[in-house]
Design a protein around this ligand. Structure first.
Ligand code: FCB
Length: 425
């Protein structure tokens, strides 16, 4: 069978985040949030999660290496590293060091995210990302990580999906702090981008050769009725706010909040990345709806491709991955697909999904996108935020009660791609 080859040195891995896999992150805002009835749809808690902190990280990552992966994207948990403002916990740094050393021994390149949705309680208590103090605290933490891990880690992701966080946590009410205030949301977004830029510089001061980037979730948004002027207009606005504003900040150093807010300079943000990470899950079709006031008068009307619990994960649409990679090409930086996957509790869709999306990456490379790696979300089933344990994304099934593992059929499909650096044409 004909096969499509990837560039030498291409990174093949999976992605996880601290709160979703470590267990007992009792000192962060999410742990608190989970304790309130109704916040997690299936009434579960992160609890022991995948028990990574206690040592199962090493086991699972050994399995990842056996499955042919040569990299893994994971995050460090701010609330463990800095449990009180300005106070670092040496034992937590040591734990991550051992983990990164283990990964190096296994031949897994660590790609480390510094902020993946969870704040230490002390930071949440002072207003979270609406407080400008977090910009400098985050940069100081980033420098500390570079100092302590720089011999083992050279690829850093500063902030994961700032727009998703802002949409759910500040403008919306489903993630902590759930203020439901658009102005808070805009302020938080601005601080997240400034925090990214400050961390970018702080890491480079300590580790000049580091590769530092930011991770954006960029769904493909298209008008439900392609020629309808109102559908086109609302799609444009949603895309502008969710996808384009951040790219604009990186390109032009201006932060342009939507609608009537004044243009705000963000000169430090301009050019502040050595790569961009793309998280891509699917496509949304947008239809004008005068009642959808919170969403710029656009309602998402796509038919679900798979049953997905309460959260709308969009429509499976591999072409969208090619499209967004080519769009990011204009930034002139290397790209990584830092997340891509599917909520598929039965592992029926996932095997084909992987092949189709890896092909979509190949098409983007052929058309000039400098893609350096692909990270499937996720290695293991884990605690999926408001969906709790009811939305399964792993290549390896995890029973959260017994901690039993069972590789799924899709794990082998992906392993074949990783081992050969190719995908069937
Ligand atoms: C992404 C998040 C990740 C996980 C996947 C399914 O948006 O970064 O933590 O929840 O979705």
């Amino acid at each position: 069978m004909a096969r499509l080859s990837f560039p030498d040195g291409f990174l093949w891995g999976t992605a996880t985040s601290s709160h979703q896999v470590e267990g007992y992150n009792v000192n962060n805002d999410w742990w608190q949030w989970e304790q309130h009835p109704g916040h997690i749809h299936d009434h579960s808690r992160s609890g022991a999660a995948c028990d990574w902190w206690n040592g199962r990280a090493e086991e699972d990552l050994s399995l990842a290496a056996q499955l042919g992966q040569n990299a893994h994207r994971l995050s460090v948990e701010w609330s463990r590293l800095e449990p009180a403002c300005g106070v670092y916990n040496p034992a937590a740094f040591e734990r991550y060091r051992r983990l990164f050393q283990h990964m190096r021994t296994l031949g897994l390149t660590p790609v480390v995210t510094l902020y993946h949705f969870t704040l230490p309680r002390w930071a949440a208590n002072i207003g979270g990302w609406t407080n400008p103090l977090l910009v400098s605290r985050f940069a100081t933490l980033a420098a500390e990580c570079a100092r302590r891990f720089g011999d083992l880690v050279s690829i850093w992701c500063t902030v994961n999906e700032p727009a998703v966080l802002v949409y759910n946590a500040y403008a919306g009410r489903v993630w902590p702090p759930g203020t439901g205030n658009l102005l808070h949301g805009l302020r938080a977004l601005r601080h997240l981008l400034l925090a990214h830029a400050a961390a970018y510089r702080a890491i480079h001061e300590v580790q000049p050769d580091a590769q530092v980037g930011i991770v954006f979730n960029m769904p493909l948004l298209e008008p439900a009725r392609p020629h309808h002027p109102l559908d086109r207009q609302v799609t444009f606005w949603q895309d502008w706010v969710f996808n384009e504003a951040k790219l604009r900040a990186l390109r032009a150093g201006v932060f342009v909040p939507p609608l009537a807010f004044p243009l705000q300079p963000a000169p430090h943000v301009q050019g502040s990345c050595d790569f961009v990470g793309l998280n891509y899950y699917g496509r949304y079709l947008v239809r004008f709806d005068v009642t959808a006031t919170g969403d710029f008068f656009g309602r998402h009307v796509q038919q679900p491709t798979v049953s997905r619990g309460h959260t709308d994960w969009g429509q499976i649409y591999p072409e969208g991955l090619t499209h967004q990679l080519l769009r990011l090409r204009a930034l002139g930086r290397p790209l990584y697909v830092t997340e891509n996957g599917v909520c598929d509790n039965l592992d029926v869709v996932r095997p084909g999904h992987i092949v189709e999306h890896v092909r979509a990456v190949h098409r983007a490379i052929q058309q000039g996108a400098d893609v350096r790696g692909y990270f499937h979300w996720s290695l293991v089933d884990n605690f999926e935020w408001v969906e709790g344990w009811s939305a399964r994304f792993g290549l390896i099934a995890v029973n959260p009660f017994t901690q039993e593992r069972r590789p799924k059929a899709s794990a082998e499909v992906y392993a074949e791609i990783c081992r050969t650096n190719r995908v069937p044409a």
